[in-house]
Design a protein around this ligand. Sequence first.
Ligand code: ADP
Length: 319
Amino acid sequence: MKKIGVLTSGGDSPGMNAAVRAVVRKGIFHNLEVFGVYQGYAGLMEGNIKKLELGSVGDIIHRGGTILYTARSEEFKTEEGQQKAIDQLNKFGIEGLVVIGGDGSYRGAEKLTQKGFPCIGLPGTIDNDIAGTDYTIGFDTALNTVVEAIDKIRDTATSHERTFIIEVMGRHAGDIALLSGLAGGAETILIPELEHDLSDVMDKLKSGIKRGKKHSIIVLAEGVGKADDLAQRLKTQYDLETRITVLGHIQRGGTPSCFDRVLASRLGAHAVQLLMDGDAGKAVGLVKQEVVARDFHDVLQHSNTVDNTLYTLSQELSI
Ligand code: ADP
């Protein structure tokens, strides 16, 4: 293999740049030519591709977002779209592709591999919702952003003796809510993987108030419902006043943490190694601190399950 490409796709996450840098530098170290594909699969179909040099990825390891931009493309989901993409890759003489993104992006990479074009996937998403890796690139940074926000809200919650609902990202996966809630000392954590009863939430708040607790923090994953709706229900059913904060896209941005940079560097370099070894069609991940690679098919069949022991722990520690 002489020429490889790299793209970022789907939702951006902090650390994607560090991963792009690792792919480019590892490739050049091994005398490969490395091409950046801009705007994900949409840019790939249009041939928005440029050769990257060592300096092209200088000064980006600490920057959030992605210098390659990212996009979503419906057309790429079609056979014609995928063929267009392969035609462009062939035009540039590119023989292997590293795709950094979430499970949607993995599905695209799997399709290209099935059509004979070797791809490797890297888990770039803040949600930590990909099987085959204990951590996705960007998750740790997002957690730190959320915990910082919880700490700040706690100050005002204590001063005013209020209950706050903090809505965090996670449509299908509660990892951000669970870990940030545990680290932020939240009284209640609501995640999409588990059923919740409003009366249980209320009982918890009441018992806290009874023993003199001045404030309460509820961390709510967006997949459970809107903070506004929960606030309304607590008001109408229990006459409980709450304040809400929806963190939104602030969770996607910012300087990647040390953990995410190291993770991105390790996984990015391994992706290039797999392409050089002719071992494509795989998603790279970190399992029990070891860099591993599993078939796309295998990874996409499983969903990342929530750690019940951590949920139980959060319950035990927030009585
Ligand atoms: P993420 O990768 O963060 O999960 P998306 O689910 O939006 O984000 O996927 C990113 C892109 O991957 C989509 O816009 C589409 O172009 C491509 N993609 C998603 N699912 C498929 C699929 N089943 N087949 C081919 N391409 C797909």
